[in-house]
Ligand binder design. Structure first.
Ligand code: DGJ
Length: 383
């Protein structure tokens, strides 16, 4: 038999239980209202966000995060480029596949199984189009194609239509390559098996690979995009067998290269470029080249996008700084409406379970006017 007291007790117990559930719910809510670098980051469906090597476009109050969809078994593109949207940078809605790879056997440049990496999207005011550039490697050819791919859409979330892929700036010399280096006779084949010698470094510096690739266009792998205050856009990519970064100006519609480009740190072996502009100075954070393994970030700054670029020390401070906190840069996001507030975005790759790669997002701090990155277990961009 149930007496009145025990019913009352049960009622109180149920109330306390419900209250504690609520406290726990809010704790979870608060906890999830945080950026937690390196942890599973669920989207609105509860699934870990799948947007690797990504970048963010901010348009009309919404952030759009684009990235590589990765499967469980391969880093090759089986689906394409994903898109997620958010208003607070913490809660992300899965907007599906923005650029879909073409069916197997189609012969398309972006055929399923190609390598499609580091997509970035910018909005063009003249055409009212969303323009996506990405690093493309043709299916079955490893990393030898080294092309830039272009896709365009009328809507931020897509669908994006694949337009073309090519090696940029065919038949055009870099602005900062001296005339006397354009006619040198040294050839890449002279140095087979003799890399990393002082002589080899010198000829790389003098543009050996720019000359080799002059007719067919310059190699274009890890990349980012940057739109300056005057709305000119730039494509920044690892070129010359990943030895040298190029900064190339895009046309007014952002859909081709104008032929104006410079080389940065010939032979410096920089990948994963991410750039931002702070108080008139351009800052770029890159990585070295160690495949999917992390290495020490590098930082460069310049008074103009066209240089001169100066190298500074690693911006990371503290434990694991020499491995960029076990990650590799992909993008730097200026937070909308907040002056001097930037988010460093990086990937902690998982080549054996590519879909499980994690996101390392950290706020950029400034010390003596220079960007600094410190590890944080969790943080909120609003704080
Ligand atoms: C490092 C690059 O940054 C990645 O985007 C990817 O291309 C891997 N190398 C492949 O090893």
């Amino acid at each position: 038999m149930v007496d009145a007291n025990s019913t009352a007790n049960f009622g109180v117990g149920a109330f306390l239980l419900a209250a504690s559930e609520m406290v726990r719910y809010h704790e979870t809510e608060n906890k999830s209202a945080m950026i937690r670098p390196g942890e599973i980051w669920p989207d609105n469906t509860g699934t870990h966000i799948n947007a690797h090597g990504g970048g963010i476009l901010y348009k009309d109050g919404i952030y759009y995060w684009f990235g590589e969809h990765k499967s469980d078994h391969t880093s090759a593109a089986l689906k394409g480029v994903t898109c997620y949207s958010s208003t607070d940078l913490i809660h992300w809605k899965n907007e599906g596949i923005a650029l879909r790879v073409e069916p197997e056997g189609s012969g398309s440049d972006i055929e399923k199984g190609c390598i499609l990496e580091r997509p970035k999207v910018i909005y063009n005011e003249l055409t009212n189009k969303y323009v996506m550039w990405f690093h493309l490697e043709l299916k079955g050819k490893g990393y030898e194609a080294a092309r830039a791919g272009l896709a365009v859409s009328d809507y931020p979330t897509g669908p994006y239509q694949f337009i073309t892929s090519y090696r940029p700036n065919a038949g055009i010399w870099p602005e900062n390559m001296p005339d006397k280096h354009r006619t040198l006779k040294a050839k890449a084949s002279d140095f087979e098996g003799k890399l990393w010698t002082a002589k080899w470094r010198k000829v790389i510096d003098e543009g050996l690979l720019v000359r080799r690739d002059f007719e067919g266009g310059q190699m274009s792998r890890d990349m980012t995009l940057f739109v300056d205050e005057d709305k000119k856009a730039y494509h920044i990519y690892s070129s010359e067998e990943n030895l040298t970064l190029h900064i190339a100006e895009l046309s007014d519609d952002y859909q081709s290269h104008t032929g104006k480009y410079i080389r940065i740190y010939p032979g410096g072996h920089n990948e994963a470029p991410a750039i931002f502009k702070h108080k008139g100075t351009y800052f770029m954070i890159t990585s070295g080249c160690t495949g999917w393994d992390p290495n020490e970030a590098r930082m460069f700054f310049a008074p103009s996008i066209r240089g001169p670029w100066t190298q500074h020390s690693n911006p990371c401070i503290g434990k694991d700084a020499e491995l960029t906190f076990h990650s590799q840069s992909t993008f730097i996001l200026p937070v909308a409406g907040k002056e001097d507030t930037y988010i460093f975005m990086a990937d902690r790759w998982r080549p054996h379970l590519p879909s499980d790669a994690r996101y390392i997002w950290l706020p950029i701090e400034f010390e003596n006017g220079l960007p600094v990155l410190r590890w944080k277990d969790e943080w909120n961009p609003e704080l």
